[in-house]
Ligand binder design. Sequence first.
Ligand code: FES
Length: 542
Amino acid sequence: MRVTSTGHAGFLIETTGGSILCDPWFNPTFFGSWFVFPRNDGLDPTPLSNPDYLYISHFHRDHLDPRFLTEHVSKDATVLLPAYGVDVLEHALRDIGFTRFVRTSNGEVIELDGDLRIGIQSLAGPHIGPMGDSMLAVADPTAVVLDQNDAHPADLDFVKAFGPVDAHLLQYSGAIWYPMVYEIPEEEEFRLIEAKRRRQLDRATTYIEMVGARHVVPSAGPPCFIDEGMMDLNDLPGGRPSIFPDATVFIDHLRSVGHDEAHLTVPGTSLEVGGPGDGTIVHPMPESEVRAIFADKAAYLERYREDMADVIATEHASWPTDTTDLLAEMTEWLDPILAIAHHTREGVGAPVTLRTDDGLAIVIDMPAGRVRALEPGERTPFEFGMARPLLEAAVRNRTGDWCNELFLSCRFTARRDGPYNEYVYTFFKSLSMDRMRYAEEYYGAQLADDDVEWIELDGWIVESRCPHQKASLARMGSVCDGRLTCGLHGWEFDLATGTGTNSEGLTLRVRGRVDHPDADPVETAGSEPSESPSGVRGGEQT
Ligand code: FES
């Protein structure tokens, strides 16, 4: 089997049963904020144009690039479709022109022609990425590859059905706006960035150890930011701390903990997996040039910015220059959605203000369930600020998922009084009736789920699964100073009360210490329908 990087999370996987093009991303996205790093604009698209199969892991624009698919990929390709609760991905691919689909169900092994077997594990839920994320296992008689990309599952057990994994492709870097957009003291911001960066690297290392593949390919990021005023987001020597470490940082981290199976790739690099050439790497340029990209990244990005000046200018020119009555527009659009958003509104629990740089302030009043103007002197617990053209664009386009369009651009500011609240972001991902219905059904089902198993962890009896995304706490949980931390996304819980200490809206069920095994279980959100629903996520976003 041969795995060729096309940049970011993109790969062409060539097997004995045909080729699979995965997540090809070439065009800058998120309001021109994200560019592929290392750049792939010089890559010849011809070898990618006639794949037997197409796999788009999820709806994020750095995985689903409609323009590239429209212009370069044959619509005869058969789409390997993840199972999601909303069908926005299938609709988008049909709109582009694809008509052949293999619908997968979660983790099921599917036999295709030529002794090719595949399976897609979907992570479904309104709180996960753009209404879901997924990963792909591919097996032919020569090798098994797991393309985990940026999915962060509680476990990777589904891949066992394919046998030992030979190559593991996975994310290790950041892909979110947190904490950079928050209005917090710089010292706190830097501390949060360092903690998040460490958690990302540790989480990826844990996945690598779960799978135990011979070859690891760091993938799915980081993007780079080359527009005016955004360079600071990149991880540059001597620069501000960044949640976007590149592959050389991750490979060094892995070496420091005893792993030497990771390969550095750039767009066009191929890796042979299985067979006599196993482990052979071929780069599209001399090794010294590959190294130079990372060793002199500031100069590389500066050249990239100069080369992309026209692209960036075109992006800016596409933003609206006129203004509309946004209060009226948003009222007409959002009030019907708010009317069905019972769990979500209760989870947010307070009004949210949207401010623009020209002085407009609109409130989404969650308790009242309506859009209104900000009252004189009013300060709401949640506030977002952005340039007027970006809000105009989101409203005019009726963008159903602001998190994965507007917010991932990092072209906004955020303030909150109090802890992180995941429901705020779920709301901004659910801005259509279909999306909100799905979110509400999901939370309703979470409330009804009261099937609890208990484990002992460092002297405490706690529920076995993290209330966030059900990670095994036996595997991912650690206890220190009376707090349990789940290593999958870093949520922390006070063991005395079960309450989240770095988030709100969910509670860990704790029976007590081992020497007090008869202690009553802590009351939990999941068992009390009047409380906020559990199963939300926070601090991390893909
Ligand atoms: S599953 Fe996300 S923090 Fe535990």
